[in-house]
Design a protein around this ligand. Structure first.
Ligand code: ADP
Ligand code: MG
Length: 685
């Protein structure tokens, strides 16, 4: 780091305006360092720079008015509150500015002086009011007269406070940020420098500045991702040959033993896999298929082939309970074929584990199913030929490679229920071949989905009770674990208390969330599966879950807070048995988009249609923004809206890696550092 450069890792507590209380609040937002702070980008902006005449103000809009104070502030008492009123006027008309409980405003305004006000207008029969406006004296611009950033979730920090803090931070770093992109890239792609971009993204003079800044920052993120992907791809494209599984072992032998007919889609996918397995190039295939489309059986057929050809197979699932479920399913088919399946999870006695590992090493175990425990160093295979990771978005690439290295170029199949449109998948998973199961097994009952608002609460609860009386079980999902004052979301524990004591006192209610110990989670899931619990209150941890065929109701609280893809994934937890199943989306908010999104969920059960509609309705939104979906998290880029930037970034990355595959040249040092900063912790693809 050069001398005049600023230390971005410094604790936010050293930033002007950040006291001990605010430190805590900032930490809650994931902001710990100066760097975290200045990359906490605005969610949107308010243009408080273009004044309007009073006569032009429209009901409901937020406007900037330049007007004279016609008199003094008057205090009006109103049911325990006080209201401050100030009559203001400009050349075109008169309006009243109104505040609540702000008695300090009393002496703020001088009659006849000019001020700027920014606030929401109500226009009732021509009587114009500007509600709780922020204001400045003429010529000042602390609250008005400029474009104002609006930050995402701020908990108890007001927008004003976080903006002040940000102003201080930007002042501190201005001109002192070390450039993160190489000069030649900045030149070639005509990108703004990091200092200008950082300033304009928070405090743009004009929207044009914002666009230029955003373009640069998004490019940087996307370029970094593309470079990381290419590096990764290079690291495992080896010239070495993979295993050539024998053409004389037929998957059809096991297919004929299944209790059902495969769908056409399943058959097509198996053929693709079979071809890969029989070729001498290592397979690297991504299998996408909606929840319930029957991916497990695909992994079974592939494992069968590997085993019959004399190799071992490893199946890795994200949770112990899911691994256990897989084992049960595998054993149903493989026991009578004399193929040995075993389970490896961390909750096993040492003795049992040691014994199992011994047999694995000797080749006495054909298929090993398990969790992260499979990755441990002491897990040695005799001849691992096939690796399957289920719900791969829960694993990082690093973990995928770790398990692969336990074999000699084994074939790899990763399975995911996340539906991603193909064009995007090609860019993101450029290193994998892709198979898609786009058809559900026949006779699946549609899950009836209802979107309801608060007023329907009692009816919904009665409906749930009717189902519980019949012996069914219900999930209730809420979005966050901790109470969030700002959005007033229901937390799991709170809802649990309420359900247990008020709403469903006669039923057995339990809760589960991601912050619990794995063992406790598994325990609760087991009890739910064994019908010892009637209602399970949960966060999204149940998204990847075990089958509980008796559960037929999925209630989702604050459904408007979830991405459609995630709602769909959650809904997939019901409809797994013989019972008619229901999904109830409780939502708030009047927005057209919210309603449309709920309607999509009610209209279709098809994950691919849902993901497309999701994009249509709101760009990529949080659908692609979150780790949940296994895609890298971006601070500013948006994979859909920035498709054009993504294409340019991809071309740039290819050019760079072509010339300097390991990014060893001096000119690419900054790129190398960017990748290291962003992706060493956990590469998620
Ligand atoms: P997912 O793709 O979500 O992992 P699973 O593999 O768990 O789906 O399959 C869901 C259920 O459908 C399982 O009970 C499985 O036995 C069953 N199944 C899979 N394929 C078929 C098929 N072709 N016909 C009927 N049932 C099937
Ligand atoms: Mg599955």
């Amino acid at each position: 780091m050069r001398l005049n450069m600023i230390d971005l890792e410094k604790d936010v507590k050293y930033i002007k305006g950040v006291g001990p209380n605010r430190v805590k609040l900032l930490n809650k937002l994931g902001i710990f360092t100066l760097k975290d702070l200045i990359t906490y980008y605005p969610r949107t902006y308010e243009d408080r720079s273009k004044p309007k005449n009073i006569a032009e103000c429209i009901d409901g809009e937020e406007v900037l008015i330049e007007a004279y104070a016609s008199g003094k502030v008057t205090d009006v008492r109103l049911r325990g509150k006080t209201m401050q009123k100030l009559v203001i006027r400009d050349e075109t008309g008169v309006a009243t500015a109104v505040w609540f409980n702000q008695s300090y405003l009393k002496n703020k305004f001088k009659q006849g002086e000019k001020y700027t006000f920014y606030g929401k207008i109500s226009n009732i029969f021509g009587k114009i009011t500007i509600n709780s406006p922020v204001f400045d004296e003429e010529g000042k611009t602390s609250n008005t007269g400029k474009i104002i950033p609006i930050y995402p979730l701020t908990f108890s920090l007001s927008q004003n406070t976080i903006r002040r803090i940000m102003e201080n931070a930007i002042k501190e770093v201005e001109g002192k940020l070390e450039e993160t992109l190489p000069e030649y890239i900045l030149k070639e792609y005509k990108l703004e420098g990091i200092n200008e971009a950082t300033k304009s993204i928070h405090f743009p003079q004009e929207f044009k500045d914002f666009n230029i800044a955003r373009n640069r920052l998004a490019f940087e993120e996307l370029l970094t991702m593309q470079l990381a992907l290419l590096e990764l791809k290079n690291s495992y494209i080896n010239e070495e040959k993979g295993i050539q599984f024998s053409k004389d072992v037929h998957m059809s032998d096991i297919i004929n033993k299944l209790p059902f007919q495969l769908t056409n889609a399943q058959r097509r996918v198996l053929e693709e896999i079979d071809n890969n397995m029989e070729s001498d190039k290592p397979m690297n295939r991504l299998l996408q298929g909606d929840v319930g489309s029957g991916k497990t059986v695909i992994s079974m057929c592939a494992a069968y082939k590997a085993v019959k050809c004399g190799y071992q197979a490893a199946i890795m699932a994200p949770t112990a309970i899911l691994a256990t479920q897989h084992l049960e399913n595998f054993k149903k088919i493989f026991d009578e074929l004399d193929i040995k399946c075993e389970l490896l999870i961390s909750a096993m006695t040492k003795k049992k584990k040691t014994e199992l590992l011994e047999r694995l090493k000797n080749g006495e175990i054909d298929i090993l199913i398990g969790t992260h425990a499979l990755l441990q160093e002491n897990v040695e295979f005799k001849n691992l030929g096939l690796v399957v990771t289920d719900e791969q978005h829960r694993f990082g690439v690093k973990q995928r490679t770790t398990i692969v290295e336990k074999g000699q170029n084994p074939d790899v199949l990763v399975m995911t229920a996340t539906p991603i449109p193909r064009t995007l998948a090609l860019i993101l998973y450029g290193d994998l071949d892709i198979s898609i199961i786009d058809e559900l097994p026949p006779n699946r009952k549609k899950i009836d989905t209802f979107a309801v608002t608060k007023g329907m609460e009692d009816r919904i609860n009665n409906f749930i009770k009717v189902q519980l009386k019949e012996g069914r079980q219900a999930y209730i999902v809420c979005p966050l674990v901790e109470e969030n004052e700002e959005l007033d979301l229901k937390s799991v524990e709170k809802l649990y208390e309420k359900c247990k004591t008020e709403t469903f006192p006669e039923y057995r209610v339990e809760y589960i969330h991601g912050k619990m110990k794995a063992k406790d989670k598994d325990d609760i899931m087991m009890r739910f599966k064994n019908k010892e619990i009637d209602i399970l209150i949960s966060t999204t941890v149940i998204e990847v879950g075990v089958d509980v065929p008796n559960a037929n109701i999925m209630v989702i609280e604050d459904a408007q807070r979830f991405g459609l893809a995630q709602l769909h994934q959650l809904r997939g937890r019901v409809g797994r048995g013989e019972y008619k199943s229901y999904c109830i989306l409780k939502y708030e908010g009047k927005g057209e988009t919210v309603r449309k999104r709920m309607k999509v969920m009610c209209d279709t059960n098809d994950g691919f249609i849902i993901s497309e509609k999701d994009l249509e309705l709101r760009g990529s939104g949080d659908f692609f923004g979150t780790m949940q979906h296994g895609l890298p998290e971006f601070k500013i880029a948006n994979l859909f809206e920035d498709m054009n930037i993504l294409k340019v970034a991809q071309e740039a990355a290819i050019k760079i890696i072509d010339k300097d595959p390991k990014l060893e040249k001096e000119e690419n040092m900054r790129l190398k550092r960017l990748i290291k900063d962003k992706f060493t912790k956990r590469i998620e693809i």
